[in-house]
Design a protein around this ligand. Structure first.
Ligand code: FMN
Length: 396
């Protein structure tokens, strides 16, 4: 049964960007680019396959945006990463999607690189590594890094950028009262905790104008005292007020993986935003209840456990969520949107949400991330063992 009359296959919009449908590939890291520090043929091939597979928008894997040149008045070597937004050939990624004879758009996700400091002094719950508190001068430099990355991604031909402010990324650590204990203009009230995003967006707007800037946020950190259902609407409203063009609703901070399955309501395996064991329909689309309480004028993108086209069509028809994002299902089936549109096979994805793809990302950074369950059953068993013992291994 063709589903061309479905609302989910009707045009979507983000600011002035028109999308051919409401299905989005959620950011999925491409470690091989960062390993080789240049665009690779395999990654370009994947992006072409995704575009031809019918998805309306691809959000790239996160590109760390720290530029070693941007140090103003800070201690030596506080920026440990390098600016990956300038990897050789990054513009080919935008090019290959735009020249693929589909209407697919592509947005670059920009995130933080490595730092020896955090919004507030902290110790990593896993490695016991200590992080000192960022100074205001350092925050100014970080803002500049993000602004330059946004400008660079516009020049490279992307249709927009997404700031990664979820899952324990640096920006999410500013947003969350669990990780941000600052007593200055960057901590405390919601407007202070969102100030770094405000600074990035307002400075970037001066040079990039209406270029779409999206933000991916946590609707829950799964941590006591962190972002949660009750506090999320006020946070989302404040971020919308900053003038961003769409919000992607995600959740989970890695720190929460220290908590038990009973406390969390899901099995603590890497990664907290990618729940496993979600075969039952009621366990799917697990951030929907957080998106439903928002009253946003900008488009909302729902990610996390979206697995069944009929269910997703009804979510779109409810009118709260504008776009549906998928990560693991498109690792398994890059042509899933066309398969669903044409009514081939099952109404659910073949992805079993086992997270063996996350094992592949960690163990084979020179390759593109693959569906281990589909391609190598023996490796899948090894991956499952690695995932289920990960928390114990890193904590002891
Ligand atoms: C292999 C892999 C890599 C990911 N890389 C990123 C990333 O770079 N940035 C990001 O914001 N989320 C990343 N995610 C999280 C996904 O975008 C998504 O939020 C999560 O997997 C839940 O969606 P799903 O159920 O459709 O997989 C990644 C997930 C997986 C499985």
């Amino acid at each position: 049964m063709m589903r061309s009359s479905y609302e989910i296959f009707s045009e979507g919009r983000i600011a002035e960007l028109t999308l051919p449908n409401r299905l989005v590939r959620s950011a999925t890291w491409d470690p091989s680019i960062l390993k080789s520090r240049k665009m690779t043929k395999e990654v370009l091939h994947l992006y072409k396959e995704l575009a031809l597979g019918g998805v309306g928008l691809i959000i790239t894997g996160g590109f760390p945006a720290f530029n070693q040149q941007n140090r103003k008045a800070v201690s030596d070597r506080w920026l440990l990463g390098f600016d990956e937004t300038r990897v050789e050939g990054v513009e080919e990624m935008a090019n290959i999607v735009h020249s693929s004879r589909s209407e697919c758009a592509v947005i670059a996700q920009v995130e933080n690189g490595s730092l020896d400091a955090m919004p507030s002094e902290t110790t990593s719950p896993f490695s016991s590594k200590k992080f000192r508190e960022l100074s205001v001068d350092e925050i100014d430099d970080i803002v500049l890094c993000y602004v330059e990355a946004i400008e660079h991604m516009k020049r490279a031909g992307f249709d927009g950028v997404q700031l990664h402010a979820a899952h324990g990324s640096l920006l999410s650590r500013f947003l969350s009262p669990y990780t941000n204990h600052r007593a200055d203009a960057y901590g405390g009230s919601i407007s202070n905790r969102t100030r770094i995003i405000h600074d990035i967006v307002s400075k970037a707007r001066r040079s990039v104008g209406k270029f779409p800037i999206l933000v991916k946020v946590n609707c829950t950190d799964y941590l006591e005292g962190g972002i949660e259902l009750e506090s999320f609407p006020d946070l989302a409203r404040e971020i919308e007020r900053i003038g961003v063009d769409a919000l992607e609703v995600s959740g989970g901070m890695w720190d929460c993986l220290r908590r038990s399955e009973q406390e969390l309501g899901f099995r603590p395996v890497p990664a907290p935003e990618s729940h496993t064991r979600i075969g039952d329909p009621e366990k799917q689309s697990y951030f929907l209840k957080y998106a439903e309480v928002l009253d946003a004028a900008i488009p909302l993108i729902l990610v996390g456990g979206n697995r069944d086209i009929e269910r997703l069509e009804s979510i779109i028809n409810q009118g709260k969520v504008d776009l549906i994002a998928l990560s693991r299902p498109l690792i398994r089936e890059p042509d899933l949107p066309n398969r669903w549109l044409e009514g081939r096979g099952s109404q659910t994805t073949d992805c079993i949400s086992c997270n063996s793809c996350i094992y592949s990302m960690h163990h084979f950074p020179e390759r593109i991330v693959t569906c281990v369950h589909k391609h190598d059953k023996a490796l899948h068993r090894t991956a499952q063992e690695w995932l289920s013992t990960w928390v114990d291994r890193v904590l002891h």
